[in-house]
Design a protein around this ligand. Structure first.
Ligand SMILES: Nc1ncnc2c1ncn2[C@@H]1O[C@H](COP(=O)(O)OP(=O)(O)O)[C@@H](O)[C@H]1O
Ligand SMILES: [Mg+2]
Length: 312
């Protein structure tokens, strides 16, 4: 039985505890298997935010390969925008490193670097079964914590073309962005923004479109990622929920790995399992249990338990 199975089982138990319902042994028959290499996947956990080593950094010598721009030219082309990040949920724009949830994102970063020692990993899809589970919250804070390490560069992409949210969290503009590029109306650099946080770039969703799946499947997303990839250490892609629409599975085909967000005490386990089955085992990196209790005694059993250890 894999750790992702155990992780979701625990999430379900938490949900049942908090709602006072009986826990059905829904996971006992099926569903989460170990991946092709027999490796289990880790659980990372984030608490509710309140108001209150692997790969090397991208270096100048690596920037020109396969891209029309090098990093310095990109910075010059992309003037700094005046973002106004949501102070309640964007954890790393201030210098305060002790925000509730910040440590969990540092742990998530470490886990990703551990995984990256074993497989190529740069394009990371963040998805979940349902809306409002925290995909956008996790994507945005993960990208921030990645660039908090000196010299690391990250591109954050809003690929939720139906209900884009990253621009709101960042206090940025929605367009031009990904949809405009996929429509062939702008080049790959025209939609990129950067705010005050060094080395963090953002491609918003772009203008509203009626044809999200067709656009995401038209081949230009892969082309975009190929062009910009040499400029960044990480590309974090926020997406639509998996159960209602197919968009995230289309984006997954262009990614190296997938993080599944499960909202603690909210996500029904059967839907989390169905969502997980949409993706090939080899792409699934692990589960982020979002909004978990911030009580330390509860958290420690996850942090030091089997579920958070990195794949063997
Ligand atoms: N761990 C968290 N702490 C505080 N607020 C959160 C947390 N996770 C999500 N939220 C909030 O819950 C709402 C839904 O989250 P969001 O990331 O937009 O979900 P999704 O992208 O999955 O639809 C947003 O208002 C977001 O700010
Ligand atoms: Mg979202």
């Amino acid at each position: 039985m894999s750790r992702i199975h155990d992780a979701l089982k625990r999430a379900e138990q938490e949900r049942a505890t908090s709602t006072g319902t009986h826990v059905e042994p829904a996971y006992d028959q099926p569903p989460f298997q170990q991946d092709a290499q027999g490796e289990a996947m880790p659980l990372l956990q984030t608490p509710m935010a309140s108001a209150g080593n692997g790969g090397m950094p991208n270096t100048a010598s690596g920037l020109n390969m396969g891209s029309a721009l090098n990093y310095e030219a990109l910075v010059a082309r992309c003037p700094q925008s005046a973002w106004s990040p949501d102070q309640k949920t964007m954890l790393f724009f201030e210098q305060d490193d002790s925000r509730l949830g910040a440590e969990e994102f540092r742990t998530l970063r470490s886990r990703l670097y551990q995984i990256r020692e074993k497989m190529p990993l740069k394009r990371l899809l963040v998805t979940s079964a349902l809306p409002k589970e925290g995909k956008t919250f996790v994507s945005a804070n993960l990208a921030q914590v990645l660039v908090r390490q000196h010299g690391r560069r990250a591109l954050l992409i809003d690929a939720d073309l139906r209900n884009p949210g990253l621009h709101r969290h960042l206090g940025a503009t929605q367009s031009p962005g990904l949809s405009d590029y996929l429509l062939g109306e702008i080049d790959e650099f025209a939609g990129l923004q950067r705010g005050a946080m060094e080395n963090l770039f953002f491609l918003p969703a772009g203008k509203s479109v009626a044809s999200a799946p067709e656009l995401l499947a038209n081949g230009r997303l892969k082309l975009f990622l190929q062009r910009v990839e040499p400029l960044f250490d990480w590309i974090i892609i926020d997406s639509s929920p998996v159960i209602p629409v197919s968009d995230a599975t289309l984006v997954a085909g262009a990614c190296d790995g997938i993080l599944m967000v499960v909202r603690s005490a909210v996500t029904p386990s059967d839907l989390a399992l169905r969502a997980r089955e949409e993706f090939p085992d080899k792409l699934l990196l692990g589960v982020v249990l979002n909004g978990a209790p911030s009580d330390k005694s509860q958290r420690s059993k996850y942090y030091y338990g089997e579920a958070v250890s990195s794949p063997a």
